[in-house]
Each structure stands twice: as C-alpha cells, then as structure tokens.
Design a protein around this ligand. Structure first.
Ligand SMILES: Cc1cc2nc3c(=O)[nH]c(=O)nc-3n(C[C@H](O)[C@H](O)[C@H](O)COP(=O)(O)OP(=O)(O)OC[C@H]3O[C@@H](n4cnc5c(N)ncnc54)[C@H](O)[C@@H]3O)c2cc1C
Length: 108
C-alpha cells in the first residue's frame, strides 16, 4: 500500500527503514587495466585464473604476489578487492600486509 505524497513522491507507511548503501565497487576508472569479478570487484593473486593473467605473466615467470592484481605492480586492498571482508579493520590490515608485497615487487 502506498500514498501519493507532494511532488509526485510516494509515501510508504512503515515501522522502520534499513538503508543498505556503499556495496557497489568504484572500479570503472581502472578501465580494463586489472581483471574484475562479475560484480566489478578487483581480483587479486589466487583469485586470478591463467586466462586472466595471460602472456605478460608467462614472460615474468612468476605468479601474482598477495594483493597483486592481474596488472603487475598494481595492488588492491580493502573493500574494492574481490573476496575481502568488508570491514574497516580488514581493510586497514590488508593495506598493512600489502606493504610486504610492494617491497617484494620493488626488489625484483
Ligand atoms: C553504510 C556502511 C556502514 C558500515 N559500517 C561498518 C561498521 O560498522 N564496521 C566496519 O568495520 N565496517 C563498516 N563498513 C565497512 C567499511 O566502511 C569499509 O569496510 C571500509 O571503509 C573499507 O575501507 P576502504 O579503504 O577499502 O574503502 P573506502 O573507505 O570506501 O575508501 C575508498 C575511498 O576511495 C575513494 N574513491 C573511489 N573512487 C575514487 C576515484 N576514482 N578516485 C579517487 N578516489 C576514489 C572513495 O571516495 C573513498 O574515500 C560500513 C560500510 C558502509 C557503506
């Protein structure tokens, strides 16, 4: 049941409201630079298939480091990363843990 409110708005009588926002990844700016899952989250390390890695990685003769995307040297952590736990502490922890991978990458 709904009532027509002013300005064409619909008024729904209800006892409460659950607003679920912030669940869509903002990954469009990557513009194909890194492989995404079917919901637009960035795939990293073990989530990447050989097809998604392609020839570049065969040439490098290594697999992606933890948090490394399909683009060598590009890392993803936090909510944007496919399969991550969508919580503040998890995002901060991933950011911290990824530093090791960045150091490893820079040492290649
Ligand atoms: C409504 C809501 C309630 C939540 N409640 C809790 C809670 O109670 N406890 C908890 O632990 N977690 C909670 N979370 C989850 C928590 O907010 C996230 O897990 C955490 O913020 C992830 O951090 P992040 O740095 O990965 O991403 P974000 O905090 O989302 O940071 C990403 C940043 O990148 C910016 N950005 C996006 N695109 C671009 C671009 N193209 N260029 C430049 N900047 C860009 C965004 O504006 C944003 O500032 C909640 C989330 C929501 C949406």
């Amino acid at each position: 049941m709904h009532l027509n409110g002013p300005d064409g708005k619909i008024v729904l009588p209800c006892a409460g409201l659950f607003s679920f926002i912030g669940a869509d990844p903002s990954s469009g700016w990557l513009n194909g630079c890194a492989a995404l899952d079917d919901r637009g989250f960035v795939l990293t390390d073990l989530s990447l298939t050989p097809d998604q890695l392609g020839q570049t990685w065969l040439t490098l003769a290594r697999t992606p480091l933890p948090f490394e995307t399909s683009h060598p040297g590009l890392f993803a952590v936090g909510d944007l990363r496919s399969g991550s736990t969508k919580r503040v502490a998890a995002a901060v922890g991933e950011g911290s843990a990824s530093v090791r991978s960045v150091h490893q990458y820079l040492a290649f």
